[in-house]
Write a protein that binds this ligand. Structure first.
Ligand SMILES: [Zn+2]
Ligand SMILES: [Zn+2]
Length: 826
């Protein structure tokens, strides 16, 4: 047998195997294979943020474990990797970097800068994925910013438009005044901020009597269209139908009843403005109130704000409050803690604006989403309620248009003279309507030859919510449905409401089919202090720091073993250090085995003189296989990792190897056949450990596999060896019970030596065991070879009767007495 190198340099071997696996092509998905079942992973293409952070490490480790496990189970695994390039976040960074706003430079220039930044970021993140040793098929790599990907996004839009899912509407939308674009509900974050509640007097028309209204947004007073009270509020219902004067702008509005008013909040009288918040939107629709647009797209007061026109929202608030005070209409103010919706990219206060936008009808799908979510397997199961609750909570359809530059263009034009909408034909895409006219002679409705391009672009989720179909080869491969739905969609807990949801609605609408069969959820990575990991909290650890210091195999053990799938996982250096120590232990036991197997040639047919401890460890390895396989099937990586590490460390290294060392070293005492049995057992059990571990720690296990196993097991890589099938026939409870007793005696006697501060190989002149009964005596007698050898016993006596001496804790009634003496052998 080839020998293992002396030194284990993790950085070197990890780099070496990453390169060799690539050369071997073992990650290549074989599109034409009809023999093996396919298993497809819907790798979520990440936003290139420039950093492959610990959250990514957790995420990618999860699905890389799945990919490696499935390959060993004989699947043809599709593990693609794309990049979700578009989006506000890149634009915001380009604007900052070049100190401009998107409109200050030609769109081409702006796009180019965005692309450059994205490429730089992709390179950095790719390095992280490679360093982690992810088994990605890089021939599948794609970028959503490339026109070839636009083609797919645009095609999906055209198909959905034809099916009636896409529409344009003037509808209130969430609007970020800084980014100057509509944003979806899912892009609104909530922050706790301290606001001020202003108590303002609204005079009844033609009277000095007033109603007091408390509002945190007095700047919206110019857009007040009604005042509301609860119909059963005895204090105020006498005013219903009366007219009231909106201060500052002196417009008269009507007092209307609405059950939705909470009489106990503020003063119980509410002003309705267009739009202060989402409640206002509902009220306006319900009571068919007029809309006064107050804000411009960049968050200033427009001409409807009268003398406040041109001011920013904050300036307007200040001016209006001053004017109210001067008019004697501001009664008092008080502090108000509030939850404020902010843009998830730039953290600006989100406003509600009524703008013409493109929408996808998503609410009509809610029932189907719920039904389908229940058909999908979720790891862990309770995560499905997050998707269902989110779908049910949506008030509005999905606004899919954005007023940005760096995104996929919406393939639509309008006739200049009659306004007719011209939808691109399927074969025209990819197309940028801003650069090209529709490929028709004239408007089909009025005959005009002039067209206006749609300037809006798609929300970036329009790109990334068709990946399940795209990864399967849609629309280019005729057989794409062979690889669809995806077998697993991995997702962070924080993006279920976006990624898992948008995938669901897009694929249901497009193909009337669920996008994924299962959903694998990872939690968030917390800092070592248990709070969310964040640069500002100073509990942040960058992944290169971890990977460079301890390597991938140790880091992956942290990710796999850090906690239950779906739960938040704290980053703790000791977890990674433990992973490293485990690797060293595995390396040492493999080196030991390698030395003692030098003269060993594995043979399937050899007659084996298996001893009780051999049978004991073989049976335990079989049970381990069952537990690990079950855990892998349920994506319980922490259970798999713990089981294998405990077995390796405690059962294999601490017990078995220690107990058979003497048998391996001294065949002249124990017999050649007995030695061969130990060699066989050690060889096979170590192989089992390497196989079960390899999805979690692929590098070191491969390093050990190649010289020791590859020539005999015949797989060019451990990564594509067949996952061991649990064989119940190999579980031998009786052998385990017998082995437990023998092992307990050895351990107890070694402990006794340690307590007496004797070396572990100190000779025992005579060891007498009072087994208490004949059964135990027989068992101990069968283990005599390993017991006497390991404990260095000169005379070994087993008696089936009771006696007094040292009792084995786990086996009451089994007593041993050792007589030390003579010269201690070193
Ligand atoms: Zn923003
Ligand atoms: Zn026309």
């Amino acid at each position: 047998m080839q020998s293992l190198p002396k030194k284990y340099n993790f950085a070197e071997i990890e780099r070496k195997w990453q390169q060799k696996w690539e050369e071997m092509g073992i990650y290549h998905f074989d599109w034409n294979d009809t023999r093996r079942p396919a298993f497809s992973i819907d790798t979520p293409p990440p936003y290139p943020s420039g950093e492959f952070h610990m959250g990514n490490v957790l995420n990618w480790t999860y699905f890389d474990i799945v990919a490696r496990y499935k390959r060993m189970r004989g699947y043809n695994v599709l593990f693609p990797q794309g990049w979700d390039c578009h989006g506000l976040s890149i634009e915001v960074q380009v604007e900052k970097e070049h100190n401009i706003r998107k409109r200050d430079v030609p769109p081409d220039q702006f796009r180019k800068w965005c692309e450059q930044l994205v490429e730089k970021y992709i390179a950095m993140m790719k390095e992280g994925i490679l360093k982690l040793g992810c088994s990605v098929d890089w021939t599948t790599e794609y970028r959503t910013m490339n026109p070839d990907y636009w083609r797919r996004t645009q095609l999906s839009f055209i198909l959905l438009h034809k099916k009636g899912y896409m529409y344009q509407g003037t509808h209130p939308v969430n609007w970020c005044p800084r980014c100057e674009t509509a944003i979806a509900d899912a892009e609104v974050d909530y922050e706790s901020r301290e606001g001020t509640l202003h108590y303002i007097r609204f005079l009844l028309e033609g009277s000095s009597e007033y109603l007091l209204i408390a509002t945190s947004r007095p700047e919206f007073i110019p857009a007040c269209v009604a005042v509301e009270v609860h119909p059963e509020d005895a204090r105020f219902n006498k005013y219903i139908g009366k007219k009231i004067v909106v201060p500052v702008v002196n417009r008269v509005v009507t007092i209307i009843p609405d059950e939705a008013v909470d009489p106990s909040f503020g003063t119980g009288v509410v002003m309705i403005c267009t739009y202060g918040d989402k409640e206002d939107v509902k009220t306006v629709i319900k009571h068919r109130l007029p809309v006064i647009r107050l804000l411009t797209e960049n968050g200033r007061i427009n001409e409807n704000g009268g003398k406040y026109a041109g001011l920013t929202i904050n300036q307007a608030r200040k001016a209006i409050v001053e004017d109210l005070a001067a008019d004697g209409l501001l009664e008092k103010t008080e502090k108000l803690p509030q939850e404020v919706g902010v843009c998830d990219r730039c953290k600006s206060h989100v406003e509600i604006l009524e703008v013409k936008q493109w929408f996808m009808k998503t609410r009509v799908l809610t029932e189907q989403v719920e039904k389908t979510a229940n058909e999908v397997l979720w790891y862990p199961d309770h995560m499905k309620t997050r998707l269902i609750d989110w779908a049910r909570s949506l008030d509005w359809d999905w606004v899919i248009s954005r007023q940005r530059v760096f995104a996929t263009p919406i393939p639509v034009w309008y006739c200049k003279s009659c306004g007719e909408l011209i939808l691109a034909e399927e074969k025209w895409v990819p197309i940028d309507p801003k650069l090209e006219n529709p490929r028709i002679d004239k408007c089909p409705k009025c005959g005009s030859r002039e067209f206006i391009p749609e300037r809006d672009v798609f929300d970036t989720w329009m790109d990334s919510s068709i990946t399940c179909a795209v990864h399967a080869g849609w629309p280019d491969r005729e057989d794409w449905k062979r690889f669809f739905p995806a077998d697993v969609h991995p997702s962070g807990i924080d993006i279920i409401r976006t990624w898992a949801y948008y995938l669901m609605v897009r694929h249901l609408a497009l193909f009337n089919e669920k996008p994924y069969k299962s959903c694998l959820i990872n939690g968030m990575v917390l800092g070592s202090d248990g709070r969310k990991m964040s640069k500002s909290l100073k509990n942040y650890v960058a992944s290169p720091e971890v990977l460079n210091k301890y390597g991938s195999d140790a880091t992956r053990q942290w990710a796999a073993g850090g906690g239950a799938t779906g739960s938040d996982i704290p980053f703790r250096w000791p977890d990674v250090e433990y992973g490293r120590r485990f690797l060293v232990k595995l390396w040492n036991v493999s080196r030991f085995a390698n030395k003692l197997l030098k003269d060993y040639t594995p043979s399937e047919t050899a007659e084996l003189a298996l001893q009780p401890l051999d049978k004991w460890v073989l049976s335990k390895a079989e049970k381990l296989t069952q537990k690990v396989t079950e855990a892998m099937e349920k994506c319980q990586f922490n259970i798999a990792a713990e089981e294998i590490r405990n077995f390796t460390w405690h059962v294999l290294c601490d017990c078995y190897v220690e107990a058979v060392k003497d048998r391996l070293y001294r065949p002249e005492i124990h017999g050649e056949a007995e030695r061969a049995a130990a060699q066989h057992t050690l060889y096979e059990v170590l192989y089992r450990v390497l196989q079960l571990l390899s999805p979690i720690t692929p590098h070191l296990t491969e390093e050990i596999y190649q010289p020791m196993y590859s020539p005999y097991k015949g797989f060019k890589s451990l990564q594509i060896s067949s996952w061991p099938e649990f064989n119940e026939a190999l579980v031998d409870e009786e052998a385990e019970n017998r082995g437990d007793l023998i092992m307990a005696l050895i351990i107890d006697r070694r402990r006794d030596k340690a307590e007496k501060r004797l070396p572990l190989n100190a000779p025992i002149k005579k060891l007498t065991v009072y087994a208490g009964n004949q059964t135990n005596a027989d068992v101990i007698a069968t283990g005599k070879c390993d017991i006497a050898g390991t404990l260095n016993v000169e005379r070994f006596v087993v008696l089936p009767k009771e006696g007094s001496g040292r009792e084995i804790p786990q086996f009451p009634g089994v007593i041993s007495v050792a007589e030390y003496g003579g010269v201690i052998k070193k």
